[in-house]
Design a protein around this ligand. Sequence first.
Ligand code: GLA
Length: 328
Amino acid sequence: MKVRAPGRVNLIGEHTDYTGGLVFPMAIDRWTTIEFEESDSGVFLESANEEDTVSIDTAQPFNAAMSPTWGRYVSAVASLLESPQPISGHIHTTIPIGAGLSSSAALEIAVALALGAELSATELALLTQRAEHMATGVPTGIMDQLCISSARHGHGTLIDCRTLEVTHVPIPSDIKIVVRFIAHRTLVGSAYADRVAECAAAESLIGPLRNASLADLAAITDSTIAARAKHVVSENARVESFADALTNGDYITAGKIMTDSHRSLAGDFAVSNDLMDAAVRDMNETPGVFGARMTGGGFGGCIVALCDPDAVVEGWHVQPVAAASHLS
Ligand code: GLA
């Protein structure tokens, strides 16, 4: 039997999901695939991309200290399923690991499917988001898992993270989306959790950022907290204008909004770095590029660009693909 789960690139709506904001990621044509057989007990997985194998006794509770580290995702998912199907299988992935393209969410969702999860896209996303928290200790949002569990071929997934409503927005065929890898990163030990806490601090002062206007931010006296909140409030607005511009074929405006998003992430939200900023500048100077930004949690990873199909751009031309599923 075989299951596979795609990676995702976030087109826009960065660091908004954990405050119930708007995000607009797209599942991409890079996958984590598990070929497996049902077995009598336990979960045994080997990986083409990692040296050590993972062997889990599903009768045991989740093991946060388990080695190899990737086994923690498997153990967390298995521990959250009511009756995980014992399997023996082989994993391979074409999603670069630690590049901000959701290799971990794809692994969690592929494992959940292989272990027999029969859940709606939303339930699957919520379960695997919990698994991510258990495995890494990082308080990530719902974007990655919900995109991967619900994506539709040819579309981006516009998600309202307050209601978890997904709107499938067609990705026009007369543009090209390019992802360029810049540097490996991990959110474990990064300032990701600090940003979550800073947003929570802003919300304790002015209420949900999703409902706030830029004028409301005047009530925040701490300049760091105010800057973080300004990013989130302005980014939510950018997601809506970006989706409109893309749908209307106004790629110049869509690209400009992406570049504005990068500026906000680098300045107000402080999750970029010199390498990413230089890569975005370089991308924006390339003929045929409408706009570019860092994508994912930040502190490294990838940048994403909206380009004319004829633009000569270094990177992967990614295609919008369907959600994770069983293949056989
Ligand atoms: C990571 C998290 C997501 C989201 C992004 C930033 O990818 O897993 O939940 O917060 O960072 O937009």
